[in-house]
Design a protein around this ligand. Structure first.
Ligand code: PEP
Ligand code: MN
Length: 338
């Protein structure tokens, strides 16, 4: 962090400021120029509040020179982190992991059937929502505990590990034996109490980017989980809200190389929630692999036209099969496998 003082600042004030900063174990090194005084801070400035410094009437500007995320930062962990989901799936290496399944678990036969089909086409993780955070309280809210049991059954039937969304820290116990990876949805990316509790577990967390959050905020949420002691975080770009209304969200494809550069954590793309339209899922998924994503999470439904949630963006079995073929070709072109 660098503090630029106003040209009216006095040496006495800079000394006072330096003493105050020493309380945070930060050493202040002032440079007195002809017109300006610049103060370079050395040490961990994580606890120093930039806004509080800006409130100082003799401070002109405060520039951060380091990212505030440490555990998620590639600078301190140059190698890619590989996260294990269930017994056999590894994400973050040279394989592209495809997670697929319905938006919501709707019943026994439905989830078993979808699980078998996506497995047959090469998906290695089953997705499905049991608790559904819907925009309207009148929309289908998920089968809740029953949905979780059905997901577990589908997992036993197919051998696929399960990722499912958790919305409430009080549910962690219940989820522990029934899923292999917690999903934190876009709407909960900054539910810090939930993140802190999940940080106390050792299960992988698929952390979705909030639709109005910056990349830095996204990585700070990962940091919350990691600071609690859980290093198994998978980042998921799922589209952000822009002025464009043609698509449900705008897939921020640039987030993929940005996250891979800033962080060592695996990056997954959700083309389904980004597009909101089934026919756009395939090109977005292809572009995600080309951009360096470690995985995809794709909604697939046995009967999209009658789905209880997100039918418009769900792939049929047949379109998922075709899409998987294209994804394998793109993966091979960038030296990866599916
Ligand atoms: C979902 O995965 O079904 C979902 C609700 O996603 P998001 O949190 O990204 O909207
Ligand atoms: Mn959905």
């Amino acid at each position: 962090m660098i503090i630029i003082m106003k040209n009216t600042a006095t040496k006495e004030h800079v000394d006072e400021l330096s003493q105050w900063l020493a309380r945070f174990n930060v050493q202040a090194n002032p440079i007195f120029g002809k017109d300006t005084i610049v103060v370079g801070l050395v040490g961990d400035t994580g606890a120093v509040d930039r806004d509080a410094l800006l409130r100082d009437p003799q401070v002109d500007n405060v520039i951060k020179v380091q990212e505030p995320f440490k555990l998620a930062n590639r600078k301190f962990h140059p190698d890619n982190t590989i996260v294990r989901i269930g017994k056999n799936v590894e994400i973050g290496g040279s394989g592209v992991v495809v997670m697929a399944g319905p938006c919501s678990v709707e019943g026994h036969d439905q989830i078993i059937d979808v699980a078998r089909h996506v497995k047959e086409q090469g998906a290695t993780v089953l997705r499905g929502g049991a608790w559904k955070p819907r925009s309207s309280p009148y929309s289908f809210q998920g089968l809740k505990a029953e949905g979780l049991d059905l997901l577990h059954e589908a997992s036993l039937d197919t051998g696929l590990p399960v990722v499912t969304e958790i919305t409430n820290p009080a549910h962690i116990e219940l989820f522990m034996d029934k899923c292999d990876c917690f999903q934190v949805g876009a709407r909960n990316m900054q539910n810090f109490e939930l993140l802190k509790e999940l940080g106390q577990t050792d299960k992988p967390i698929l952390l979705k980017r909030g639709f109005a959050n910056t990349i830095e905020e996204f990585l700070m949420s990962a940091e919350y989980i990691m600071a609690g002691g859980n290093p198994n975080v998978i980042l998921c770009e799922r589209g952000i809200r822009t002025y464009e209304t043609y698509t449900r969200n705008t897939l921020d494809i640039s987030a993929v190389p940005a996250l891979k550069r800033l962080s060592h954590l695996p990056v997954v793309v959700d083309p389904s929630h980004a597009a909101g339209i089934y026919w756009m899922v395939e090109p977005l998924a292809m572009s995600a692999i080309a951009a360096g994503a470690d995985g995809l999470i794709i909604e697939v439904h046995n009967d999209p036209a009658h789905a209880l949630s997100d039918g418009a963006q769900s792939l049929t079995y047949q379109s998922f099969e075709e899409t998987m073929g294209k994804l394998r070709a793109v993966a091979a072109a960038v030296g990866k496998t599916i």
